[in-house]
Design a protein around this ligand. Structure first.
Ligand code: FES
Length: 133
């Protein structure tokens, strides 16, 4: 097990992880697990990257084409159980899990959901937390 010092100085933490003080509003996860990858999820992730960067929404370093003042974090993730209905895309904090996402759907998800706050219902298969009452 790694022996790493715990840092309890908040300013030091923010120096080390500037995202901790950024204006992040949404986190988009694209599953790049084995099954989703067979449904072109890498292309889906690339499409999100293109679309978010073009709108200067993707948080990150300028040297990577991102915006240090961006409000959206985009990351890949492993399987979430949508393997048979991938590619899977999750948008938080809304808790919307999209299924069968293709690269061609990405501009609509960014425009409708990320920019206008209206999830794309035709692709939304699950809400977290689930309402099973
Ligand atoms: S591989 Fe993407 S949900 Fe399983």
């Amino acid at each position: 097990m790694a022996n790493v010092d715990f840092i309890d100085d908040c300013e030091r933490l923010i120096d080390l992880a500037p995202i901790a003080s950024a204006n992040i509003q949404r986190h988009v996860f694209v599953c790049t697990g084995k099954s989703c990858s067979r449904n072109d999820s890498v292309e889906v992730k690339d499409a999100f990257e293109r679309e978010l960067k073009a709108r200067e929404l993707q948080y990150g370093k300028v040297s990577k084409g991102c915006n240090p003042n961006g409000s959206v974090v985009l990351t890949e993730c492993g399987s979430v159980g949508f393997c048979a209905v991938g590619a899977a895309v999750m948008v938080y904090p809304d808790g919307v899990w999209y299924a069968q996402v293709r690269a061609s759907d990405v501009p609509e998800i960014v425009e409708e959901h990320i920019v206008n706050g209206r999830p794309v219902e035709r692709l939304a298969l699950l809400r977290v937390p689930a309402d099973r009452s």
